[in-house]
Write a protein that binds this ligand. Structure first.
Ligand SMILES: [Zn+2]
Length: 278
């Protein structure tokens, strides 16, 4: 999936492709200037947004696979945020804490089941209660496996229901992490950026970007109130604000109505393969 950015040298639009990390080393096709776009967004956010885009375009199967990947990367994000938060009070600085985290994560990196186990423990240690939402039913695991591993073609409503479930779960856990937990994840990303910038040749310009997204808007300025995962929430009286979402589907639909247009506008449909990249 491509996203638009602007060459800092000639100011013309350049289409970049989302990289595995948030760091994109680019060469302007118009003037040849080299620059580096650093996107302040986490992998799970990028994936969820790509899934949303696929869903809106009618690619239900691709959407489900991408939402499933977003959820896995979110569990990783949670583990990293929780561990860094815990280590922040200790004697080690961020670089040492990140190195220790990498050295640990490599043991689980290749297997999502191991990562889920790590997440369960991180959740218990941080919240003091078991992650009761990790049941296969709550995660929609059967549905995901049928689609991702057995080639089932889901209907749009099924893909939407799955999206709503993943959205509500991530939204709830982000709320639980709170500003404190999220701050450590943001610091880790800034450290990753700093390390990359330090390796760049002096003629390469660095460009920091904030992109629209289904989660970002909620974290940084406004967005939908509180987690409403599966529970009915009473209407907050005669205020002018729209009623709180009563279930996952409503929460997702509302986020989609609020942020979908900006996201769709931003993630324009790419040109056919073979005509884009040099
Ligand atoms: Zn240029």
């Amino acid at each position: 999936m491509l996203f638009p950015t602007r060459c800092p040298q000639c100011a013309r639009e350049v289409r970049a492709e989302f990289a595995g990390s948030a760091v994109h080393d680019l060469t302007c096709p118009h003037c040849g200037a080299r620059f580096c776009v650093l996107v302040r967004k986490h992998r799970f956010e990028v994936l969820f947004d790509l899934g949303t885009r696929a869903l809106m375009d009618g690619y239900a199967r691709e959407a489900v696979a991408t939402f499933a990947a977003a959820l896995e990367r979110f569990f990783e994000f949670y583990v990293r945020a929780a561990v860094l938060e815990r280590m922040a009070g200790g004697e080690r600085d961020l670089t040492a804490a990140l190195a220790a985290l990498e050295g640990t994560w490599k043991h689980v990196a290749a297997q999502s089941e191991r990562q889920l186990g790590m997440f369960a423990l991180a959740y218990l240690l941080r919240e003091g209660r078991p992650p009761d939402f990790l049941t296969p039913q709550a995660l929609g695991s059967d549905f995901r496996n049928r689609v991702v591993h057995r080639g089932d073609l889901p209907r749009r409503e099924e893909a939407e229901a799955y999206a709503a479930r993943v959205f509500a779960l991530i939204d709830r856990l982000l709320t639980e992490l709170g500003e404190e937990g999220l701050a450590h994840a943001a610091l880790a990303q800034e450290a990753e950026f700093a390390a990359h910038l330090a390796r760049l040749p002096p003629d390469v310009t660095a460009v920091f970007e904030e992109h629209p997204g289904m989660f970002r808007a909620r974290r940084f300025g406004g967005g939908i109130p509180g987690p409403a995962s599966g529970k009915a929430v009473p209407n907050a009286g005669p205020s002018k604000a729209p009623p709180l979402p009563r279930n996952d589907a409503q929460a997702f639909a509302r986020a989609l109505a609020e942020r979908g247009p900006a996201l769709t506008d931003f993630l324009k449909v790419p040109r056919p393969k073979g005509t884009e990249r040099p």
